[in-house]
Design a protein around this ligand. Sequence first.
Ligand code: PA5
Length: 336
Amino acid sequence: MTLRPESYIDYPRWPQLAREAYSLDLSHVQEKLPDKVDGIVISGMGGSGIVGDIVRDYLSLIGYDKPIIVVKDLQLPKFVTSRNFLVITISYSGNTTETIRCFEECVKHNIPVVAISTGGKLEELAKQHNAPHVKIPKATAPRYGLPCLLYPTLRIVGLVEKSLESKIREHAESSIKAIEEAAEDYLTHFKDLSKRLVNKIVMIYIPQPLISIGTRFKNDMNENAKQPVVVCPLPESEHNDIAIHVRKFDFLEVMLVRSKSLEGTEYEKHVNAVEQVLKQYGIDLHLINLKGDNVLAEIMYGITLLGMLTIDVAHLVGVDPVKIEVIDNIKKYVSK
Ligand code: PA5
């Protein structure tokens, strides 16, 4: 089955964009990277900020033992200025105020910083301050350019943490195959699910270590279909969100994400428990079984499959997935 490019925006190009982005020349970045870091900070908002969530989940699950701080804010945490962190500032447009503020803070405090964007002010500032900048290929909108933002970030992590470089390369390659598999699986097994989600609030139960998939699904549903989603991390949601299921809500659909990477861990027990209990309360659960032979592949599988789902929901409710009028409106105020 092939993807019709006009219906799924840039998704049909994701494998190609990922390969292109992974093989960008980063020698100018490499020569400016510190020899050793105490941790990595990734700053960005929305479709750019999700890269931080993905990298955090991925590195944590492969056993990286230094802090990975995701900053979706106007400022860096104070402790970053006094430690030897590498900061990666990501903004697809290069014009997002919050990310620019974080970049400027790095310059002010002499913190090693790399900027990633398609251009914009971030590129100008990087040039002005002699900081490395990665110019990435363009997509239709930031969120559809995820591979262009993610894969260079992973390369930079591999360059600064050399012991991880070959593992990251191997995982990146199989994650690109997982993107292809997700697109196929979506069209063959999940496309019909979009009809069930029209004008519904989806609660997505997902193990905490893979929360980036839930966050991305929420953001995609918000921006593409203009619909709310509740992200329910396990185990925390077993202590609050799950309590609501004694009542029946017509506007609710429930999903549960299962991961092979977490099989045999405590999280598997929690996923099984939630599945059983929700069934006892008559919930018609939509199970999402992640595929992929490593965590990064599973994350990209889930993100691709659920992202395409949100585009179909957008088409069914009759909204333009690309347009994000309210976000653009807000940006006019805060960038003043
Ligand atoms: O996907 C989108 O369009 C948004 O979530 C943007 O990513 C967000 O507003 C930040 O903009 P940028 O990615 O250009 O920094």
